[in-house]
Write a protein that binds this ligand. Sequence first.
Ligand code: NAX
Ligand code: ADP
Length: 274
Amino acid sequence: MKSAIQPPAWKALLPWPGPEAHKHARGRLGVVCGPPNRTGAARLAARAGLRVGAGVVTLLCPPASAPIVAPAVEAVMVHPFEGPQALVEASQAMNAVVIGPAAGLDQATIENVRALARTKAALVVDADALSIFEGRSQDLFDLLDTQDVLTPHEGEFQRLFPGLLDAGREAAALRAARTAGCIVVLKGRETLIAGPDGRIHSNDNGSPWLATAGTGDVLAGIIGGLIAQGMASVDAATAAAWIHAEAARGFGPGLIAEDLPDRLPAVLSGLYPG
Ligand SMILES: NC(=O)C1=CN([C@@H]2O[C@H](COP(=O)(O)OP(=O)(O)OC[C@H]3O[C@@H](n4cnc5c(N)ncnc54)[C@H](O)[C@@H]3O)[C@@H](O)[C@H]2O)[C@@H](O)CC1
Ligand SMILES: Nc1ncnc2c1ncn2[C@@H]1O[C@H](COP(=O)(O)OP(=O)(O)O)[C@@H](O)[C@H]1O
């Protein structure tokens, strides 16, 4: 049975800093960056993760991208890595890692997903890190744990789960979560969050202003930022879908993805019990 996402359902689970908080205790998020000419998507995800409350957010960059990224961020940190083993080492201390936004449709992205699966970090797998597994999706599923999250739009969903959408979105999302053995966030006008345990949640505050490039990257960052702070992945994904859409609704006409992270404080203030 599908339950609508209402703030009260997950509001009590949101992470807030207590008096003893310090940045590392608030959660460490990594975001894997792509090649030098496509760093914007990862930067959007990283900023969103920081805005939603992760204490330390690091862009994990191929060496060629680091000099491009470094002047374009402030509080977000930059860590260059050379190859999959270096990515494992850089990610050991992360609570969550986002991979996929403009990561590149190439073997390096596959190797990077494999590397991250060897760490304790929960993974949010989006965009190119989904599409690159088209025709070999079981290779991806074999790497995933129950707390990992896939965030496909319908095009990416078709690449990973060909034909499944014919059964309808809700049935498809549930079957996908069972097959992949993790949380599946099927994005669109109605975003569905399905777990391998057969539970499914539906976002009911979707906003058409989100139909603009880069908003999915921001959603991935919000999910990762909440997981990094200790939320269970399914709760993080349901909360993130609502918070993301609420940020867009509050902005309205003219919204571009860059606007979303900076709308998060207003949305979070409305949820803060303090
Ligand atoms: N600033 C940046 O660097 C940005 C980078 N982006 C990244 O660019 C990469 C490629 O983006 P593309 O738009 O080419 O790839 P997509 O996989 O989004 O789109 C490729 C094709 O998939 C289909 N498709 C897309 N969205 C769909 C939907 N909702 N339902 C059904 N079919 C759909 C369409 O046929 C489309 O031509 C991704 O990694 C993405 O994260 C974008 O997020 C935009 C911002
Ligand atoms: N018409 C719509 N109504 C509500 N939400 C939408 C609509 N169109 C897109 N979205 C949301 O916008 C985001 C788009 O993500 P995605 O397709 O991955 O874009 P990108 O790859 O450019 O970041 C998703 O969260 C999706 O749910």
